[in-house]
Design a protein around this ligand. Sequence first.
Ligand SMILES: [Zn+2]
Length: 272
Amino acid sequence: MAVQEKLKLIIRQQQLDDELDLIISERKGLPEDIEELEGQVAALSKRIEIRRKREDENKVRKQTLKGDIKVSQEKVKKYKTAQASARNNKEYDAITKQIEYEEQEIKKAETSIRGLEELEERQGQLEAKGRELMKEGKDEDLTDDMMPTDELEKQLDDISAEVKDKKKELGKIIKDTEDEETELRAKIEKHKKSVNKEIKDIFARYLHLRKGRILNAVVKLVRSSCSGCNTRVPTNRQAFIMQGGFYTCETCGRILVAETIFDEVKAVKVED
Ligand SMILES: [Zn+2]
């Protein structure tokens, strides 16, 4: 295959890739937005779950402690009855020790409950402070602890609704362009094979440039310069390009070809 024909293959590749990019750009960054928002949903859900778990654990812990107190109180009651009918001092003292032990257990449990209640109170105060700050619009002063759980839930609902809307919008766009995209992707795959076969080195350079977000990897020589970066091309290289060859711009790395080759590709594009 003549060099000119090979260059046409790479220009055609660029046209096809541009067409696909155009379809994808119609999605207006929705896939990225959705991904970002879904990350936020996951983080918020986790935060809420941790809080709920902590609340549940405290509730269970308090209930257990209250149950323990009741059991100890029952025991004290029973011991006191037994104490009243103690047969001797030794028996009386032994029961007293049992009563003292249970009373101490009750005290310990009560202290633990108070500790838990104090924690809840402190959390409540922090959240009250948080609500105050939010009301004043000073959200940036809010610490993690200050954010009330119901506010987190509200945020979660809002973001989830936003994700749903965006997904619906994206679904509609994708549906509208689905057939076009499938067809184009198949065309690109097929074309890639011939490009890779005929012009492997330049294609590798092309892919490298596009990966670096230089979408116009192949450009025309315009007014003796690279039309990608406007750097002037050495005269002997210009002549080479005009004869149907190509040149790699020393400034931007783009693949430079003659304008006529571009025009020829454009002319046959419709048949493809
Ligand atoms: Zn250049």
